[in-house]
Design a protein around this ligand. Structure first.
Ligand code: IPD
Ligand code: CA
Ligand code: CA
Length: 264
């Protein structure tokens, strides 16, 4: 088991603390589900509360670091080199519908580079974590991408854009092209976990457009440390984390999936 450095330890503790509140709230959602008003407002409050818990924990431990958070946006720190990137609840739609597949995602960016990440699924108690050059782990087990080499035998994850009609149309074309050569597709609804699942060899590949840095940052380093590949879908020179345009997989599936998507 690789050593857990102080920064990673701080991230793990913040994720665990936020998870306790979210698990309680997830229990409530099942009750609210049947009420007429539905759990909508309740869930956005749960989301904000979790972000506040993470913010306080991280700030207490590293008072000078900056933040990029989904709910409260950017907060500059005195230390311009280090920034936390936080999604307090990835998979909100699942959470809202009582589907037990959502996570907390926290990454650390140092001088523009993602150097550590945790993606915590508290329902399954799986803490995916990685630090640059230290390997990737889930709880105590080392992560390694799958060895599958044939799209036909692969399981490929994706996510579809929610709004814009033209983006939907493009997605449907891509979906048709990929499913023709890789029929086992999954759409789980929590992008941070999708990337962690590629790192764990559960998924062999993944692509999604229009994500945000907090969906991708932690999964990015976990995947890379597990021997995976990740890039922008259309342009190798562009950054996948900050453009939110993401293609990932093991070596072979990443290369094959890229060819399929670029031909659409
Ligand atoms: C969403 C999830 C989902 C992806 C969406 C994201 P949220 O994050 O990661 O899988 O398809 O694009 O916005 O809103 O649940 O934090
Ligand atoms: Ca998210
Ligand atoms: Ca979120």
């Amino acid at each position: 088991m690789a050593r857990i450095t102080p920064n990673l330890n701080i991230m793990i503790r913040a994720a665990e603390k936020a998870a306790r509140g979210l698990i309680r709230d997830f229990g409530e959602v099942e009750q609210l589900q049947v009420s007429q008003k539905g759990p909508g407002d309740f869930v956005s409050a749960a989301d904000r509360k979790a972000e506040q818990v993470i913010f306080e924990e991280l700030q207490m431990a590293r008072p000078d670091y900056g933040f990029l958070m989904e709910e409260s946006g950017e907060k500059e720190g005195k230390d311009a080199d280090n920034r936390w990137i936080v999604d307090p609840l990835d998979g909100t739609t699942n959470f809202l519908h009582g589907i037990p597949h959502w996570a907390i995602s926290i990454a650390l960016e140092h001088k523009g580079e993602i150097i550590a990440g945790v993606v915590y699924d508290p329902i399954k108690d799986e803490m995916f974590r990685a630090e640059k050059n230290e390997g990737a782990f889930v709880s105590r087990r080392r992560l390694r991408v799958s060895g599958r080499t044939d799209l036909m035998d692969s399981v490929i994850g994706t996510g579809q854009p929610r709004r814009a009609v033209e983006k939907q149309a493009k997605f449907m074309k891509e979906y048709a092209a990929v499913t023709a050569v890789a029929p086992a597709m999954r759409r789980y609804g929590a992008a941070a976990l999708d990337l962690a699942y590629v790192a764990a060899g559960r998924l062999d590949g993944f692509w999604e457009r229009d994500l945000k840095p907090w969906d991708v940052a932690a999964g990015y380093i976990i995947l890379k440390e597990a021997g995976g590949f990740i890039s922008h879908i259309d342009d190798d020179r562009k950054d996948p984390v900050f453009t939110g345009n993401v293609l990932a997989g093991n070596d072979k599936i990443f290369t094959d999936l890229k060819k399929v998507l670029r031909a659409v």
